[in-house]
Design a protein around this ligand. Structure first.
Ligand code: FAD
Length: 622
C-alpha cells in the first residue's frame, strides 16, 4: 500500500451529502479530500430531477443560509418552479424546483471547484482504516491509502446495494453503477447496528413517444422565489412546462393481476420502503378505494429526450411496466428507455451517532446522508453540511455544533434520528417540527447565517448578501410603520381597500386580503425583484402572525425551563384531553421519561407539550 497525502478531512462519496460535507469543511479552512467512484457523477440525482417540496425546501433554505451548495445548484439548473401550499400558512409554504439533471450535476461540480481547500479524487473506497477506536483514513481500490483527522462516510444507496426488477436481482449502487460491496462488508465488522431499507424509481419514457396534446399542462410559477439568496432570476435556464396524467382502473387491474411478480410483493425485498414516496404497487394496495393516481410528466432536462413520470415508481418486470404504462392516457405509445426498479441497501442505525453525526463507536468517523436511514437529496445534503462543519471543528479541537430543533429543521432531523432512530426511510415534513411558525423557509437566514458566520462556514459573499437583506428588511419595515394610508387615497385604491379612517400600512398588512405583491405594487416597488419580495414576505408573516409567533416564543422558553420535568411512567395518556389520538398512540408507544424526551416525538406540538407540562407538574406535586 502506498501512502498518499494527509488531509484534515476526508469525505467518501460525491452525492448530495458528500458534496455538501466536503464544501463545508473546506470553507471552514480544513484541507479536504473528496473520494468518489466517478468524478463526473458528482451531484448525480439518482431518482427524480427535482429539489424541494414540503419540509424539504426548508432544509435547502437552511443549507443556503450556511452558504451551502444545494440551493445555488438548484437555481443554476431550475427549469420549473412551483410554490406548494400557496393558500396555506407561511410555515408550511414550500418551493419545489424541477431541474435539468445534467445542469444540476454540472452546477454542483462547478461550485465545488470554487472551494480552494478541496481536492477531488476518483477512487473507490474499500475500507475505513482505524487505529484502536479511532478512524484514521481509508484504503481504495487503486491500492493507495488516504489519511485524515476526520472521515465522513456518505455512500448513499451503494452499501451492499441490490437492484430488483421483477424476479431479477443484480448488485448495484444505482442503475449502471456497481455496489460498494467490499466497503459494506468491512463496515459489518464494526460496531454499528446495520439494517436494510429500500427505495424505487419509475421507468423513464421517451419524450417523442408521448401524446402531450391531450394532457393537462402546468406552467412554471414565474414569480416563485429562488432557492438561494446568491442566485439571480435572470440567470436561471429557460423555464418549461410539465404535464399531468393519471392512472386508471385498467392500470390498477394490470398491476393487481401481476402484483406477485413485483419484487416488493414476491418477498424478494426485505428492506422497508419510503412511506411517503410509495411505489405504484403500494399505492394500489394501500389506497384500494381510489380509481386513479396523479402522474406528473417531468422533462429530465432542456435538451434531454426523456420524461420522468413522477408517481409510478415500480419494481414490476419490464413487460408488466410496459403494459401498465400503455394503459395511461397520453402514454398509449410511450417507449420505455430505462425500466423502473427498486433498490435495497445497508443503512446504519442513527442512534449509534452523536448529535454531531460523529459515530459513537469509532471516534473521528462521521456518517451523513442516506446511510443514516433518510431518503431524499435534501435530507442527505442537510446532514452533509452539519457533518462537514463538525468534522472541521473536530480537526480544530473545537466542540461540535449541535443545531437545536427549535431553531432549525437541521436540528429537528438530527434530533429525531439520533434519539428516536428510524425503521423506515426518514423524510422531512413541516409536521415534524413543533415550532414550525418560527422555522420558515423565508427566515432561515435570520435563524442561521450569523451562527454560520461565527462557525466560519459562511463566506464573505453570502455574509454581505445577508447584511444587505437585513438592511432592506429594516428599511421596508420602517417604511410600512411610517406610511399612513388615508381613505380614498390613491394607495388605498391600489390596495383595493375601502377605509373608514386613516391607518398605518403596517397595521393594514394584518388583513388577509393584503399580500406582498399588492403592497409592493402600491409602494411602487419592483414585484419581480426576488430580494424585495423575500424581505416583504418575512415582514408580512411577522406582522400577520405576530401574536402566534410571540406565544410560541413564550412556549419555547417555558418548555426549555421545564425540560427536565419528569413524566410519570404510568401516565394515562388516553385519558388526557386535548391530545390528538395520533399523539396519544405515540406517547403510549415511546413512554417518554421527561418533557424534553416528549418534545422530540415526531408531530409533537407546543400546545400538546403545554398540556403534558401541566400533568408533569401535577405528578411532581403529588
Ligand atoms: P448518493 O446520492 O447515493 O451518493 C453516494 C455517493 O457515494 C455516490 O457519489 C457514490 O458514487 C459514492 N460512493 C458510494 N460508495 C463509494 C465508495 N466505496 N467509494 C467511493 N465513493 C462511493 N429519494 C427520495 O426522496 N425519493 C425517491 O423516490 C427516491 N428514489 C430513489 C430511487 C433510487 C433507485 C435510488 C438509487 C435513490 C432514490 N432516492 C429517493 C434516494 C436519493 O437518491 C438519495 O436520498 C440521495 O441521493 C442520497 O444522497 P447521498 O449523498 O446520501 O447518497
Amino acid at each position: 500500500m502506498t501512502q498518499t497525502q494527509h488531509f484534515d478531512v476526508l469525505v467518501v462519496g460525491g452525492g448530495h451529502a458528500g458534496a455538501e460535507a466536503a464544501a463545508a469543511a473546506s470553507r471552514m479552512g480544513a484541507k479536504t479530500v473528496l473520494l468518489t467512484n466517478k468524478v463526473d457523477d458528482i451531484g448525480q440525482m439518482s431518482c427524480n430531477p427535482a429539489i424541494g417540496g414540503i419540509g424539504k425546501s426548508h432544509l435547502v433554505a437552511e443549507i443556503d443560509a450556511l452558504d451551502g451548495v444545494m440551493g445555488r445548484a438548484t437555481d443554476k439548473a431550475g427549469i420549473h418552479y412551483r410554490i406548494l401550499n400557496k393558500s396555506k400558512g407561511p410555515a408550511v409554504r414550500a418551493l419545489r424546483v424541477q431541474t435539468d439533471r445534467k445542469l444540476y450535476r454540472e452546477a454542483v461540480q462547478e461550485i465545488l471547484q470554487e472551494h480552494e481547500n478541496l481536492v477531488i479524487r476518483q477512487e473507490s473506497v474499500l475500507e475505513i482504516l482505524t487505529k484502536g477506536e479511532k478512524a484514521i483514513g481509508c484504503s481504495v481500490n487503486s491500492g493507495r491509502a488516504y489519511f485524515a483527522e476526520a472521515i465522513i462516510l456518505t455512500a448513499g444507496t451503494f452499501l451492499a446495494g441490490k437492484i430488483h426488477m421483477g424476479d431479477l436481482q443484480t448488485p448495484g449502487g444505482r442503475v449502471g453503477e456497481p455496489a460498494s460491496s467490499a466497503l459494506a462488508e468491512s463496515m459489518r465488522g464494526m460496531t454499528f447496528r446495520v439494517g436494510r431499507l429500500k427505495t424505487g424509481t419509475p421507468p423513464r419514457l421517451k419524450s417523442d413517444s408521448i401524446n402531450f396534446e391531450i394532457l393537462e399542462k402546468q406552467h412554471s410559477d414565474d414569480l416563485a422565489p429562488l432557492m438561494s439568496a446568491r442566485s439571480m432570476r435572470e440567470e436561471r435556464p429557460s423555464q418549461i412546462a410539465c404535464f399531468i396524467t393519471h392512472t386508471n382502473t385498467d392500470t390498477h387491474k394490470i398491476i393487481e393481476d401481476n402484483i406477485l411478480s413485483s419484487a416488493m410483493y414476491s418477498g424478494a425485498i426485505e428492506g422497508v420502503g419510503p412511506r411517503y414516496c410509495p411505489s405504484i404497487e403500494d399505492k394500489i394496495k394501500r389506497f384500494a378505494e381510489r380509481d386513479k393516481h396523479q402522474i406528473f410528466l417531468e422533462p429530465e432536462g432542456l435538451e434531454s429526450d426523456l420524461i420522468y413520470p413522477n408517481g409510478i415508481s415500480t419494481s414490476l418486470p419490464l413487460d408488466v411496466q410496459k403494459e401498465f404504462v400503455h394503459s395511461i392516457r397520453g402514454l398509449e405509445k410511450a417507449i420505455i428507455s430505462q425500466a423502473g426498479y427498486a433498490i435495497e441497501y445497508d443503512y446504519y442505525d442513527p442512534r449509534d451517532l452523536n448529535y454531531s453525526l460523529e459515530t459513537k463507536g469509532i471516534r473521528n468517523l462521521f456518517f451523513a446522508g442516506q446511510i443514516n436511514g433518510t431518503t431524499g437529496y435534501e435530507e442527505a445534503a442537510a446532514q452533509g453540511i452539519v457533518a462537514g462543519i463538525n468534522a472541521a471543528r473536530l480537526v480544530k479541537g473545537r466542540d461540535p455544533w449541535e443545531p437545536a430543533r427549535d431553531s432549525s429543521y437541521l436540528g429537528v432531523m438530527i434530533d429525531d434520528l439520533t434519539h428516536l432512530g428510524t425503521k423506515e426511510p426518514y423524510r422531512m415534513f413541516t409536521s415534524r417540527a413543533e415550532y414550525r411558525l418560527q422555522l420558515r423557509q423565508d427566515n432561515a437566514d435570520q435563524r442561521l447565517t450569523n451562527k454560520g458566520i461565527d462557525l466560519g462556514v459562511v463566506g464573505s459573499g453570502r455574509a454581505s448578501l445577508y447584511r444587505e437583506k437585513m438592511k432592506t428588511q429594516r428599511e421596508l419595515a420602517d417604511r410600512l410603520a411610517r406610511e399612513v394610508i388615508f381613505p380614498n387615497s390613491g394607495i388605498a385604491k391600489m390596495l383595493g381597500l375601502e377605509l373608514s379612517r386613516e391607518f398605518k400600512l403596517r397595521d393594514l398588512f394584518r388583513r388577509p386580503e393584503l399580500d406582498v405583491l399588492r403592497v409592493a405594487d402600491a409602494l411602487g416597488m419592483d414585484k419581480t425583484d426576488a430580494k424585495i419580495v423575500s424581505a416583504l414576505e418575512t415582514i408580512e408573516t411577522e406582522i400577520k402572525y405576530e401574536g402566534y409567533i410571540n406565544r410560541q416564543k413564550v412556549e419555547i422558553q417555558k418548555i426549555r425551563q421545564s425540560e427536565s420535568e419528569a413524566l410519570p411512567a404510568d401516565l394515562n395518556y388516553d385519558g388526557i384531553e386535548g391530545l390528538s389520538s395520533e399523539l396519544k398512540q405515540k406517547l403510549v408507544h415511546f413512554r417518554p421519561k421527561s418533557l424534553d424526551r416528549a418534545s422530540r416525538i415526531p408531530g409533537m406540538t407546543p400546545a400538546a407539550l403545554s398540556i403534558l407540562l401541566v400533568h408533569a407538574k401535577r405528578a411532581s406535586a403529588e
